[in-house]
Design a protein around this ligand. Structure first.
Ligand code: ADP
Length: 669
């Protein structure tokens, strides 16, 4: 009977051979008696290598004692199923196994050995570890990681999702994803699911989702298809990152950049401007914009004759008209703190300030005032410590102005103070310069009359005196001539300033003019040899007297500033539509530092010998005369080598009726 229900040996052998699990048996002395092919594969030994060896061959050294204890229990008749332990293969590589140990009994039921059924569980273990690790990553991620079915039903929900959206896992599993989507964005979900169904991923899609409390959250969304083991798309996993903070930072950075830009532009503008009104307006506009004030104003002090401080202002902002209707600012306690230079006054709600509205007859804010709640006032103090004025900002809401606004306005206020100081200085310089011009005009006019009669009397005297006194009279005449030139220069200057320098244009030969000039001044400059070889006629249209004045100036300078040489060369040459006249000397020259200034009025090169007299007006007048002829003047010079002053004047051409001359001197009209 018994034999009938036992499987026959062949069947058992087949099972033994075909098992995926490794099977070994050993006797009471732990000597291996049997092994199946799976055991050979698992341990890397052939059957013949294993048979007859100790079972401890496949057990790592450090586990042998512990395993022996287990074996003892089996030998005592116990069956131990699904133990986990470690085994080693022929290459001594260790791996985890799942073990079932059973005693083997003889016909009498005595234990004569044990069988080991073993499964290598390396890959299962690894898979489990990986799964655990992934689960931990998902759970601990700051991003929301959610999975859902293709119908939009939420199937998993991690800790990040709890934090970002405010729902606990049990509140959302099984519900539709649309609980997170604002009504006006519901169609986004359809688009996303469409993509997912087509196997596409949705990457970094920036959108808005809803928190449990209904508030909007800026998120960046990445949605990927989830496939089953056969590759069929069964749902979607979505990773949502809260970018509210990043968005805020981005906006803050943009604001900062805008502010910087305003600061830069304003800094540049106000340092370039010199008139008070436009500096004030620029500063008021920029600071109002930067602070986000509903309106801003720059009140500044003007001291009138009776010493009363008036406050004029520039305004900016939406409420400009309303403010303009208000008129002058009264010196109330609130404003006083700014105008006295006490410091910055910033209030979240100025109506709560004890100084507010104390001034009779008004209690509280006079009704003409704008509804100011937030208030910021910054004094503008000049480098000398005087309060020039103050920048005032207001807003009908409380708490608008922050420390950063205050800092920005303070920095702009100090820039504005410098600009205003400069503008004041500039105005002063302008006024002084105007006074100087008036004085020159008056003095030259007053001097000219007595000098003219003095000159007349000397001429008379000169004709009558024939004795030894004559040389003195001649000297006196010469000095009066010099004086006359100086006064004429002053007179010309004042005429240039007032735009009254007159010109009388006529046609004349420049070569001839140079020759005549040289003859006229020849005696006065007998110390120098002046060379001028040109013989060709050079017709021009211009003011002959004024151009003679130019030549005299340049030649006189050449003589004056070359006391140690005696050669002066004058040349005339035609270059295109211009004629260029040059006066060259071999004197002291002009250094770089001075060369750019010598055409300015009253400028004399630094360090020239005091005994060389002059007012520093000749070149200024010369330049004016040349430019009024449509020409230009310039100098090339090197200290102690010499200077060449040149001027170019337009010659007459056929088109403009100027006379043109060919190189061979033939004249053509
Ligand atoms: P002034 O001769 O009365 O000083 P100018 O206006 O004619 O005034 O000249 C301005 C300055 O230019 C002179 O003071 C002198 O320093 C310099 N300058 C002019 N001409 C010469 C020259 N030929 N050589 C060297 N320096 C010159």
């Amino acid at each position: 009977m018994k034999n009938d229900i036992l499987p026959d040996l062949f069947t058992l052998a087949a099972i033994f051979e075909g098992m995926e699990d490794g099977v070994l048996s050993h006797d009471l002395d732990h000597i291996i008696l049997n092994c199946n092919p799976a055991a050979e594969t698992i341990f890397g030994y052939t059957a013949s290598e294993l048979l007859g060896k100790s079972i401890f061959t496949i057990i790592p050294e450090d586990l042998q004692q512990e395993q022996q204890a287990i074996f003892k229990r089996v030998m005592a008749g116990e069956k131990l199923a699904h133990l986990h332990s470690i085994r080693r293969n022929k290459e001594n590589r260790h791996f985890p196994v799942s073990l079932t140990l059973s005693p083997i009994r003889d016909d009498d039921g005595l234990v004569i050995g044990a069988s080991h059924i073993m499964r290598n569980i390396t890959s299962e273990r690894e898979t489990a570890e990986k799964r655990g690790m992934l689960a931990a990553i998902v759970e601990n991620s700051d991003d929301a990681i959610i999975s859902k079915t293709l119908d939009g039903i939420i199937t998993t929900w991690n800790g990040g999702a709890e934090k970002i959206f405010g729902y606990q896992e049990n509140e959302v599993i099984g519900r539709h994803i649309s609980i997170l989507i604002p009504l006006d964005r519901l169609n986004e979900e359809n688009l996303i699911i469409e993509n997912i169904k087509n196997g596409n991923k949705v990457d970094h899609f920036q959108t808005i989702r809803l928190h449990k409390d209904g508030s909007a959250i800026d998120i960046s969304l990445t949605v990927s298809p989830v496939k089953d083991q056969y590759g069929k798309i069964i749902g979607a996993s979505k990773v949502a990152r809260d970018i509210t903070a990043a968005r805020k930072a981005e906006i803050a950075i943009r604001h900062q950049a805008e502010k910087l830009q305003i600061l830069n532009t304003i800094g540049k503008v106000i340092s370039e401007k010199l008139d008070t009104e436009s500096i004030l307006q620029k500063v008021t506009d920029a600071t109002t914009q930067i602070t986000g004030a509903a309106f801003g104003a720059f009140f500044y002090n003007i001291i009138t004759n009776d010493d009363e401080a008036f406050k004029l202002y520039t305004l900016s902002g939406s409420a400009r008209e309303a403010f303009e209707g208000f008129g002058m600012l009264r010196n109330t306690a609130v404003f006083h703190s700014t105008f006295s230079g006490e410091g910055v006054l910033r209030a979240d709600d100025i109506t709560k300030d004890p100084r507010y509205g104390q001034n009779a007859p008004h209690v509280g804010m006079p009704k003409e005032y704008l509804p100011v709640v937030s208030y910021l006032a910054v004094p503008v103090i000049s480098s000398s410590g005087d309060v020039i004025g103050g920048l005032f900002f207001g807003h009908p809401q409380a708490g608008v102005f922050q420390q950063e606004h205050e800092d920005l306005v303070v920095s702009l206020a100090s820039q504005a103070a410098v600009a205003l100081d400069n503008s004041r200085l500039f105005t002063e310089v302008k006024e002084l310069s105007q006074k100087k011009d008036e004085f020159i005009a008056l003095a030259s006019h007053e001097l000219k009359t007595p000098l003219t009669s003095m000159s007349g009397f000397l001429q008379l005297l000169d004709r009558r005196v024939i004795d030894a006194n004559k040389p003195f009279v001649e000297k006196a005449i010469n000095q009066v001539k010099k004086l006359n030139t100086l006064i004429n220069d002053l007179f010309d200057i004042s005429k240039i300033q007032s735009g009254k320098l007159q010109f009388y244009f006529e046609e004349f030969d420049l070569t001839m003019l140079i020759k005549e000039t040289l003859e006229a001044i020849g005696e006065a400059h007998s110390s120098h040899n002046i060379y001028f070889d040109e013989t060709l006629e050079m017709f021009l249209e211009g003011d002959k007297m004024r151009l003679e004045q130019v030549l005299i100036n340049l030649i006189t300078n050449a003589v004056k500033y070359s006391p140690e040489s005696d050669k002066i060369e004058i040349s005339v040459q035609k270059a295109g539509a211009e004629v260029i006249v040059s006066v060259r000397d071999y004197g002291m020259g002009i250094n770089k530092e001075n060369i750019n200034h010598i055409f300015s009025q009253f400028y004399r090169a630094k360090g020239i010998n005091r005994s060389i007299t002059g007012l520093g007006l000749g070149l200024y007048i010369t330049k004016e005369i040349i430019e009024r002829h449509g020409g230009r003047i310039w100098v090339e010079s090197e200290p102690w080598v010499g200077s060449t002053f040149s001027f170019a004047l337009p010659v007459k051409t056929k088109g403009n009726m100027y006379t043109e001359y060919h190189e061979n001197g033939e004249e053509r009209l």
